[in-house]
Design a protein around this ligand. Structure first.
Ligand code: ZN
Ligand code: ZN
Length: 358
């Protein structure tokens, strides 16, 4: 058995000594030939997730944003500021995910899981492109440039960005099992906590009938992020099942600390961005909401609740925006008439999310 600090070995592109035998496969260090074979794959959840992701494909620049462009100047200065800062952080998160997922995938010996990670990277590319399209459509060039360069002057943003990349880089520089677990944890927390005060901010705008195009785009992005969260939930759980010796008490403690750190950072960022000036999203609401998510994420990977006092959802209205089982009366349906492109009707059918129970 390798020690926790032994370096992991990257998988071979093609392993002629490998086997197709299903029961012998492992997530990391397994004997796969590396040929992708969904019908005979070890991890059924990966096949289901891959198909789910594939069914979610969408094209950002098909979303009409003319109304948002008109409405943006009417937002309060606080809303405009939060809009820009939130986008700046989301642009960063989605952009670095595109590359980092490849670093994780190069150690995964289950081709069906690699397929999911590659599909995820493609969706992160769609997300990064969607923010680009959003800014080009809604704000002027100067504002757009300022959003992309915000980290240069905003130390709060720079610190956050560096915290995420340092964890990813650490595994790339020193690919030990412990750093692999932590890199997967960082992915899991990015997908499950870091996006969420940002999403909540956009949904408060949606609730006031503001920036409908932006809100629709964020909803499509969150629908995708849910599949990524499910993917990393499965990866972490499977790693733990297959390599219990890697998950020492110290490692588990570090994982629990990582959840708390992510929650603390997200709360402080959410408060910084909204400055307690956004209708429906007070400092207290942000704190309760993110702590609630911290519990939810911990439970998903069998860690202890970091905030046992926060067991209920403090902003349950958010679920009507982020729910994966959208009903006829939801925001999306109400917006159908807005999906009118010059010359042709926008195909709402493609955008209506199928149910997703992860
Ligand atoms: Zn994304
Ligand atoms: Zn994602």
């Amino acid at each position: 058995m390798p020690g926790i600090n032994d370096l992991m070995v990257q998988k071979r592109l093609f392993n002629p000594d490998g086997t197709r035998e299903r029961v012998k496969q492992r997530l990391v260090g397994g004997p796969s030939t590396n040929l992708l074979e969904f019908d005979n794959c070890r991890y059924d959840w990966a096949e289901a997730l891959y198909k789910k992701m594939r069914s979610f494909f969408w094209i950002p620049d098909e979303l009409p944003l003319g109304d948002d462009k008109k409405q943006y100047p009417t937002l309060t200065p606080y809303e405009q500021d939060a809009y820009k800062k939130t986008l700046s952080f989301l642009i960063f998160l989605d952009s670095i995910q595109i590359d980092n997922l490849g670093a994780i995938a190069s150690y995964i010996t289950a081709p069906e899981v690699t397929a999911c990670l590659k599909a995820q990277a493609f969706f992160e590319t769609i997300h990064a492109q969607s923010y680009d399209y959003l800014l080009t459509s809604v704000v002027d060039h100067m504002t757009r440039d300022a959003v992309y360069d915000l980290w240069k002057d905003d130390t709060h943003l720079l610190t956050r960005n560096k915290f995420v990349t340092d964890l990813y880089e650490k595994f790339i520089q020193e690919p030990s099992p412990e750093n692999f677990i932590k890199s997967c944890m960082a992915d899991f927390l990015l997908e499950g906590i870091y996006f969420y005060s940002g999403f909540a901010f956009f949904y408060t705008l949606g609730r006031q009938d503001k920036m409908g195009g932006t809100v629709s785009m964020i909803r499509l992005i969150q629908r995708d992020e849910n599949t990524h969260l499910a993917l990393f939930t499965h990866i972490i759980r499977t790693l733990r099942d297959e390599n219990p010796e890697w998950f020492t008490d110290d490692v588990i403690k570090d994982m629990e600390e990582m959840v708390k750190t992510a929650v603390t950072h997200e709360i402080s960022w959410g408060k910084y961005v909204t400055r307690n000036q956004i209708l429906g999203l007070s400092d207290q609401a942000i704190e309760m909401y993110i702590k609630y998510l911290g519990n939810l994420r911990s439970e998903a990977i069998d860690l202890r609740d970091p905030y046992p006092e926060q067991k209920t959802h403090p902003l349950s209205w958010i679920e009507s925006y982020s729910s994966m089982n959208l009903t006829k009366t939801d925001f999306f349906e109400r917006r159908v008439t807005n999906y009118q492109k010059t010359g042709k009707n926008f195909n709402i059918g493609r955008l209506r999310p199928p149910s997703f129970d992860e």
